[in-house]
Design a protein around this ligand. Structure first.
Ligand code: PMP
Length: 434
């Protein structure tokens, strides 16, 4: 089938005159894949309808938050009730307590929670807290990990000069970037070297416990344990950025899944039930560094917004009730797709890698295993663009980039998953491999 996108095309022509690049977040642009973004009209369950009336099966899921699919009734009814009570207070409310209690109940090691409005704010504030508590300036991140767009976290990923903190985004000062050091994901020795050279200056190490932002790259055995041990040894705080993994990999996120406790963790996406929310969470001894108890300043007009709080609480409560069988079922669907594609590509000798864990996977256009940014960045993005276009035309929405995750939700039926595999196999047969 060839979908007609006339209304999306004209909406985009208007959008570029009003919004830089026509999008409010660059990941939504289809420039990478030589196409025009689809303008959504409405969504329900696993389906999205665009402004031309085309229906797609959605494997973006709002980039992670919609773990029950679009328009979940439990979340919607909590939101509708709250709308009548007030949409914004800028004052303490009971809904904040409920959501905080839920997170404290299910995430290992978490005693207190500070709400913000995005994942970016959460990681930015967690880093400020770590610096304030340790009185140290330097931080370490891993190449290919993304933690939002605050200045100190937008430091070059992957290049040889990255460890020196050369900024690659204009607008980030060299001084800011020089306090961010970059280690290689799945390479504890690269972190050990940084600690050996700068151990007394490192405030924290921030990591995506499962990388989702260079495509899905799970941690190799022992990697997270080594980071934990090095942070403890050198008195640096370990921050798990669980904006994607939180309440997705398991109810208690990566910390439960891998049995490792970070000192601070950050959440977003799922904890807002589709509304703009993030949070910093951790042990009381650290969290009370934040004002007004401690002296690390952190604030927000819409932080703890009641509509977002009730949406998040409804979603987390439903996840908690569903329990581990829910996560097993998501993982089963995901590994069905991943292993079907792996088998198909092996039979056809296509140079493709499929990484999956829990309910996320990425199909990488590479003949080599993808275990860090060096290997991810060698993927053939032109081949990905062909694959993406065929998938879109077949009615399947995936992120328009090789370096993103495909998300499985509870709304995806077995039929959706089988149809995805069929479409993906057809799409792969059309990719120009040479
Ligand atoms: N951390 C991780 C791991 C993320 O994936 C993202 C966003 N995709 C962020 C932080 C930033 O979150 P937000 O876009 O809500 O600012």
């Amino acid at each position: 089938m060839t979908l007609v996108h006339n209304n999306s095309v004209s909406a985009f022509q208007k959008a570029v005159t009003l919004i830089p690049g026509g999008v409010n977040s660059p990941v939504r642009a289809f420039g990478n894949v030589n196409d025009t973004p689809v303008f959504y009209d409405h969504a329900r369950g696993s389906k999205v309808w665009d402004v031309d009336g085309n229906c797609y099966t959605d494997f973006i899921c709002s980039w992670g938050p919609l773990i029950f699919g679009a328009g979940d009734e439990t979340v919607l009814s909590a939101v509708k009730q709250q709308l009548d009570k007030g949409v914004s207070f800028g004052a303490p409310c009971m809904a904040e307590l409920q959501l905080a209690q839920k997170i404290v109940d299910v995430v290992p090691g978490v005693e207190e929670v500070r709400m913000v409005s995005s994942g970016t704010e959460a990681t930015m504030s967690a880093i400020r807290l770590a610096r304030g508590l340790t009185q140290r300036n330097k931080i370490v991140k891993f190449a290919g990990n993304y933690h939002g767009h605050s200045d100190s976290l937008l430091v070059s990923a992957g290049s040889g000069v990255a460890t020196c903190g050369i900024p690659d985004t204009p607008g980030v000062t060299a001084a800011t970037a020089s306090d961010t050091m970059v280690a290689r994901y799945n390479d504890a020795a690269s972190l050990e070297e940084l600690f050996a050279a700068h151990g007394n200056d490192i405030a924290c190490v921030i990591v995506e416990p499962v990388s989702g932002n260079m495509g899905v790259v799970p941690p190799e055995k022992g990697f997270l344990e080594s980071i934990r041990a090095l942070c403890t040894q050198y008195g640096a705080l370990l921050i798990f950025d669980e904006v994607i993994t939180g309440f997705r990999l398991a109810l208690g996120g990566a910390q439960e899944y891998f049995g490792i406790e970070a000192d601070l963790c950050t959440f977003g996406k799922i904890i807002g039930g589709g509304f703009p929310v993030g949070c910093i969470a951790g042990k009381r001894q650290f969290m009370e560094g934040f004002a007004p108890v401690g002296s690390v300043y952190q604030a927000g007009t819409l932080s703890g917004n009641p509509v977002a709080m009730v949406a998040g609480y409804a979603q987390l409560s439903k996840l908690q009730q569903a329990g581990s069988v829910f996560y097993d079922e998501l993982a089963r669907k995901c590994s069905f797709i991943a292993s079907s594609l792996r088998t198909f590509c092996a039979e056809h000798e296509f140079p493709v890698q499929v990484n999956n864990i829990g309910s996320v996977f990425t199909l990488f256009f590479s003949s080599q295993p993808v275990c860090n940014w060096d290997s991810a960045s060698r993927c053939n993005t032109k081949q990905f663009a062909h694959y993406f276009s065929s998938m879109l035309d077949a009615g399947f929405l995936i992120a328009p980039s090789q370096f993103e995750s495909v998300f499985i939700s509870a709304a995806h039926t077995q039929e959706d998953c089988e149809a995805f595999v069929e479409a993906a196999c057809r799409a792969l047969q059309r990719v120009p491999w040479n």
